[in-house]
Design a protein around this ligand. Structure first.
Ligand code: ISL
Ligand code: CA
Length: 541
């Protein structure tokens, strides 16, 4: 892995909710450009941009109908070129979201594929239904809680879609599909982007369309999770496209184990540079995310430790556009909001691997207080709610399930200041603003040296220059109910990170000494009793 990648700190932007420059209630590219100085101040050097391509927005841009065009709501290709150039001026690279498991059903390829004679027919999975077309071709179920097949009225044939019915899966048994993807990737790399975040990349190749073993969730998954075909595709993309550019890839890899992750990132195999794990984000759920359980910090620390130990390099994150806010989930929304946000920041920026910060995380944004299912826009939440109704889960309970884990918590507008609509837009935004923007916003935090955002700034600066944090090994020293202590060591230099995950004070049993390089309580010396959500980075002398 190239050195600049190891030293990078990534900031994820969800364009729809970041900043609206032209007063239509929707974030856009000029809005992002207007905030580049802020991102430079923060010190991040890579932006991962969630999809900005043309899309009917069934899944907010994860349903693409033209990979080489910009969604008009976000601006034009000229705006995009300007964004890449303006970011470059500030030493920031842009990585694009590469969504290639599926396209939109409004993509030209799919529209043409409805014609059995078209060369595009075989770009997707078109099959006859069973029982005279009354039943889908197999028993697979999809990620958004419905059957994985839908029928096209004109031909009566079914097409496969692992996600919403407006996201038909591409058929990678057809070599022409991969050729299309290669040229899309080259198009963006030639524009100067720094790589790709590869959406659900470990499910793109289907081994067979046979019936799956019946499961509560995702019947059929054994036919497509981390297949050899997927590894072959990734090797080809690396060899023929990516290796010709100075760039990196991070895979979004659902249900990935450490073994699968190693297979995908092994430097000898030359596939992906790193993958996002999911297991630590699943420590507050039972089987599927909709069945939430109480957050147990110890399970969380143990899972993180396992990934740190098993992988050479991780893509570390606590939030993204699919997850509730970390401070609401793993920290504290009340009295200890600020300290817990800083403690979680300390964890994220000191682990081995590349840190990914999600917009708003750096100011400690919290979950939205949804009170009604009608307030929720996300297609996944809406589909799961319907499914829950169908299987007889009572109204109160099904709303509670959705409220805990809805992806919309992450999608409320970025809170820039305390003016109308949090400074995101001068008109009513496409999704509601969290009412707490008066107290949680960028502007007021920038004015305060001890704020969450300035703590992030300090941490990012440390992470980018401190050799043990960049290159060091990881060793867990203590994992108890609420205490996480680990070391990062490189060429005889060692940092110890100490994190209290609870609202209680806890004694520090291990004697740790050295110079405090960061403390979320502003202390210059380590004490034996840790305060609620206290965090330290200590450099051994
Ligand atoms: O939201 C989830 C995590 O709890 C998953 O079900 C999610 O759909 C899965 O992680 C895949 O996510 C990615 O692909 C989807 C898109 O809706 C997500 O926003 C994207 O991150 C389909 O493209
Ligand atoms: Ca706009």
């Amino acid at each position: 892995m190239k050195d600049w990648i190891k030293k990078s700190v990534v900031y994820q932007i969800y364009p729809r909710s970041f900043c609206d420059s032209n007063h239509d209630g929707i974030g856009d590219i000029q809005g992002i450009i207007s905030k580049l100085d802020y991102l430079e101040y923060l010190g991040v050097n890579v932006i991962w941009l969630s999809p900005i391509y043309q899309s009917p927005n069934d899944d907010n841009g994860y349903d693409i109908c033209d990979y080489l065009a910009i969604n008009q709501e976000y601006g034009t290709m000229r705006d995009m070129d300007e964004l890449i150039a303006q970011a470059k001026k500030r030493g920031i690279k842009i990585i694009m979201d590469l969504v290639i498991n599926h396209t939109s059903d409004e993509h030209e390829w799919f529209i043409k594929s409805k014609d059995c004679q078209s060369k595009y027919r075989n770009y997707y999975f078109w099959r006859k239904g069973l029982h005279n077309g009354k039943k889908p071709p197999n028993n697979w179920t999809g990620f958004f809680g419905s059957a994985a097949w839908d029928k096209d009225a004109s031909s009566g044939d079914y097409y496969l879609h692992l996600f919403s019915k407006k996201q038909p899966d591409l058929n990678y048994n057809n070599p022409a599909v991969l050729e299309e993807i290669k040229s899309i990737m080259r198009f963006w790399l030639d524009k100067g982007v720094g790589g790709f975040r590869c959406d659900v990349i470990n499910v793109i190749y289907k081994n067979s369309l046979g019936n799956g073993k019946k499961r509560l969730f995702l019947t059929g998954i054994e036919n497509y999770l981390s297949t050899d075909g997927c590894h072959n595709i990734l090797r080809q993309l690396r060899k023929e496209v990516l290796s010709e550019y100075d760039c990196f890839t991070v895979g979004e890899t659902v249900f990935v184990t450490t073994k699968m992750a190693n297979d995908l990132c092994d430097s000898k195999r030359e596939e992906l540079d790193m993958v996002f794990p999911f297991e630590h984000m699943e420590t507050d759920q039972i089987i599927v995310k909709w069945f939430s359980c109480k957050f147990k910090a110890k399970n969380f620390m143990k899972t993180i430790t396992e990934w740190q130990n098993e992988l050479e390099w991780n893509a570390n994150y606590l939030e993204n556009h699919d997850q509730p806010r970390s401070v609401s989930r793993f920290g504290h929304e009340g009295e200890f909001w600020e300290t817990s946000a800083k403690m979680l920041a300390t964890l994220l920026l000191t682990l081995k691997g590349t840190p990914y910060i999600y917009q708003g995380q750096e100011i400690g944004m919290t979950n939205y207080p949804f009170s009604n299912i009608k307030e929720i826009k996300d297609v996944e939440s809406q589909n799961i709610y319907k499914l829950a109704k169908k299987i007889g889960i009572p109204k109160k309970l099904r709303f509670k399930m959705i409220k805990r884990k809805s992806r919309d918590h992450a999608r409320t507008p970025m809170q820039w200041d305390h003016s109308f609509n949090a400074g995101f837009s001068s008109v009513e935004p496409w999704i509601m603003v969290n009412p707490n923007y008066h107290s949680i916003n960028v502007e007021s935090q920038l004015q305060n040296d001890t704020s969450v955002v300035n703590y992030y700034k300090r941490l990012i600066a440390i992470r980018k220059t401190d050799a043990p944090l960049i290159y060091g090994s990881f060793k867990a020293i203590e994992i108890s109910k609420n205490l996480f202590v680990f070391e990062r060591e490189y060429e005889g230099k060692k940092n110890t990170v100490i994190l209290n995950f609870s609202r209680n004070s806890i004694p520090l049993k291990n004697k740790i000494s050295g110079e405090v390089i960061l403390s979320n309580y502003g202390k210059s010396k380590i004490e034996n009793m840790l305060q609620p959500f206290e965090a330290f980075i200590v450099r051994s002398l």
